[in-house]
Design a protein around this ligand. Sequence first.
Ligand code: RM4
Ligand code: MN
Ligand code: MN
Length: 415
Amino acid sequence: MSTQNKAYELLAEDLQAKGIDVAAVKAALEQQHIETPSWGYGDSGTRFKVFGAPGAARNVYEKIDDAAFIHQLTGVAPSVALHIPWDKTDDWDGLSAYAAERGLKIGAINPNLFQDNVYKFGSLAHTDDAIRRKAVEHSLECVEIMVKTGSRDLSVWLADGTNYAGQDNIRTRKRLLEESLSEIVAAMPDDRRMLIEYKFFEPAFYHTDLADWGMAASMARKLGPKAKVLVDTGHHAPGTNVEHIVAFLLDEGLLGGFHFNNRKYADDDLIVGTSNPFELFLIYNELVSAAQETDPRVADCAANVAYMIDQSHNVEPKLEAMLQSVLNCQSAYAKALIVDRAALAEKQAEHDVLGGYRVLTDAFETDVRPLLAQVRLDMGLSPDPLATFNDSPYPGQVVQERGVADGSGGGYPGA
Ligand code: RM4
Ligand code: MN
Ligand code: MN
């Protein structure tokens, strides 16, 4: 027996002694699904500078190749989100087939409502009818793309907002936005969903039309069962208790999905779980807890959450960064799955304040690497995806084939 398997055996024994069903934990880890974003494979930058990255994907086909590589290494990243028009093609059947040949599905479709010149003062909430119409039409085109590609989720993020008090009428904008979103949601087949993403600032700095989870949730409720809330972990003020928001939305049956990334100060779009692994664990802890709920509304909501990464790798190697992101999600999920829930409930019932905390930290501090290595072996994968990544010819090949683009100016290039 290898050392690694021995470490797994010891851990499994330990977990079993606590009454944790290790087979169920492993099955859940095999089923984990993290969607990677097409835009994470292409060149991107800060508003100061876009540095061309050697081997960065230059078109949607190359982005799909890269996403397939990450899925091959991890086995848990079987879909890729697209951004329209960045990833637009006139052959959606061909693109879907290209993805399917590589073991991938097309994930969320993201309309671009922030890069056209006419969107300077807003898109779906713009007070000019013609501009609002353009934004609605673009979103409706994205709904058609969803149908053509078999995508389940339309992921809506708006740059809409104002920079100064008095710049515009907040309530008028709210009503216009509601009208626009209603038209879009009405055009969606019943088995598709609209995920509403909120963000409290940037690019607008005084007010953002959908600034927080509460506004997104009110909007989703009005729009009906197809609309849910998307939590981008980077879109909160510093210090916000994100796991609380997650728990609340799950309990309301309103959580639709995530954009995972790591924020230190603003909307940093860094590799998920790098500086806040405890927060990522606590988020997964709420999801695991909700999935085990007896109330089917909550359990169904948890079962349908879309786990997506939304990152922009500006100085870190893109493929390695995406791989690290998926691995960090696996690790956080594994730790959440091994929380001793019976002990936690007991401590909570006894109002044992620190007892409950210790049940959580006991799981958080457990080294789950041997467990994940065993799960990967059982899936027929390398137990150490980073080592396999380093040995793989693929990253070098793409540098050869694609070269380095000239860094363009600042801003989100979307190329
Ligand atoms: C936003 C938001 C969106 C993403 C854009 C480019 O901050 O996170 O999801 O599409 O950035
Ligand atoms: Mn996002
Ligand atoms: Mn963001």
